[in-house]
Design a protein around this ligand. Structure first.
Ligand code: CTP
Length: 407
């Protein structure tokens, strides 16, 4: 019945609520669907259901402490987080939801949650008043903003008084939701075997040993795309200017560069062996003609005049070298005449796809966690416009489109 759960690694987090008994049913359904289940319980969940029942169902010891008491064996929440294809917390009490929302990592379940790289599903279970309290509402909103999926009984069921608000969703429906999530991933197009390079972040153009010219790019968009591509199975290398962000996905390789010229050199080396290149970096258009070898001093000098020369246009160079079997994706950050400029860039740089963000849209562009993009594809005159979303969600939309045209 559930065709997409077979072989999937699921962490089932169980917390201390009356509904904990239902997690045995949930476990049985997941196992029946072919999933491998690792249970992590909070200490108080053990008051409601015994680990023995659960480990008998999963065939694995239940984890609830950082150490196994008798052997002293350390349970690595990081390894667990990486092992999982999805994490489900059911039932999730108000207490655990509060800890998850605020990073209170005082038990194995919350530390595992914080280390998890996979999609997290949360099925709240508590009484009506606790569910209605603004603190719970605010904490659930925080979890949603982290990208977690909250599973609750459908509005229709609530309206018909079949169930009360705060009651945990039935195990069958939780399994159906997970199955449909994995189904969607499977149908979104795999990028296994594809080699992808991405440029990200700003570049720094040296004026002297202590000063440089740069821009506000943070690299967030590029790294989010890199993570998303890697999640779909691509072999990903980011060529990154100086940034604070790092990839979440451990398989993403990063080559650090500083200037536009260094970035251009690395790109030229890598491009021949790549199937897809995504040009997300905000490369400085100009660099300093002759940077000083020693610090430019204030005293005894007139204000220096810094002569700029053009930096290489990396996207354009790759566009010229591009073979028919390669895909080149560019970005355009514009403040005016957006569509005309984006289409012009796509033609000039021989891109197959260009992602436009306008600085006129609130929440788009540099240094935000959100973005609003319009995508133009070569050969189609109809752009696809997306609403304001988190950069992670934008990355997922863009990779969907890349996967479609690179098949
Ligand atoms: N790009 C690049 N190398 C450069 C400049 C830009 O690879 N030296 C890439 C960007 O990563 C982006 C696309 O080209 O994918 C468009 O960048 P943008 O700065 O908008 O375009 P420019 O060609 O610099 O045009 P302008 O600054 O005049 O808008």
């Amino acid at each position: 019945m559930y065709s997409h759960l077979n072989g999937k690694h699921i962490i089932l987090g169980i917390t201390g609520g009356i509904a904990a008994y239902k997690s045995a049913i949930l476990t049985r359904l997941l196992i029946k669907a072919g999933a491998e289940v690792q249970i992590v319980m909070t200490p108080s969940a053990r008051e409601f259901i015994t680990p023995v029942t659960l480990s008998a169902l999963t065939g694995k010891p239940v984890i609830s402490e950082f150490f196994t008491a008798n052997t002293g064996q350390w349970h690595s929440h990081v390894d667990l987080g990486l092992w999982a294809d999805a994490m489900v917390i059911a039932p999730a009490t108000a207490c655990t939801i509060g800890k998850m929302a605020n990073g209170v990592a005082d038990n194995m379940l919350v530390t595992t949650y914080l280390s998890s790289k996979s999609q997290v599903f949360v099925a709240p279970a508590m009484d009506l008043d606790m569910m209605a309290h603004p603190s719970t509402t605010a904490n659930l909103a925080k979890l949603r903003s982290y990208g977690n999926i909250i599973i609750e009984p459908a509005e229709g069921e609530l309206a018909s008084h079949l169930v009360g608000k705060g009651r945990m969703e039935e195990p069958e429906n939780i399994v159906a939701e997970l199955d449909s999530y994995f189904g969607k991933i499977a149908s979104r197009g795999s990028l296994v075997g594809k080699k992808v390079m991405i440029t990200a972040g700003p570049t720094r153009e040296k004026i002297d040993p202590v000063r440089y010219i740069s821009n506000y790019s943070t690299g967030k968009m590029g790294f989010a795309i890199a993570d998303e591509l890697a999640t779909r199975g691509a072999d990903v290398t980011v060529i990154s200017g100086p940034v604070e962000v790092t990839p979440d996905n451990p398989s993403v390789k990063v080559i650090d560069v500083e200037s536009g010229r260094e970035m251009a050199e690395q790109c030229a080396k890598l491009f021949r062996t790549c199937d897809i290149a995504v040009m997300c970096a905000a490369v400085a258009d100009y660099t300093v003609a002759s940077p000083a070898d020693t610090k430019i001093k204030r005293e005894g000098n007139n204000p220096p005049e810094i002569r700029l020369v053009k930096n290489p246009d990396i996207a354009r160079a790759l566009g010229e070298a591009k073979r028919d079997d390669q895909l080149l994706v560019g970005f355009a950050l514009e403040t005016d005449n957006e569509t005309v400029n984006a289409l012009d860039k796509m033609a000039r740089k021989n891109l197959d796809m260009i992602v436009l963000n306008s600085l006129r849209d609130k929440g788009a562009g540099f240094a935000t966690d959100t973005n609003k993009v319009t995508v133009f594809m070569r050969g189609t005159d109809k752009p696809v416009s997306f609403p304001l979303k988190t950069k992670r969600e934008v990355a997922s939309d863009l990779v969907d489109m890349i996967a479609k045209i690179s098949l």
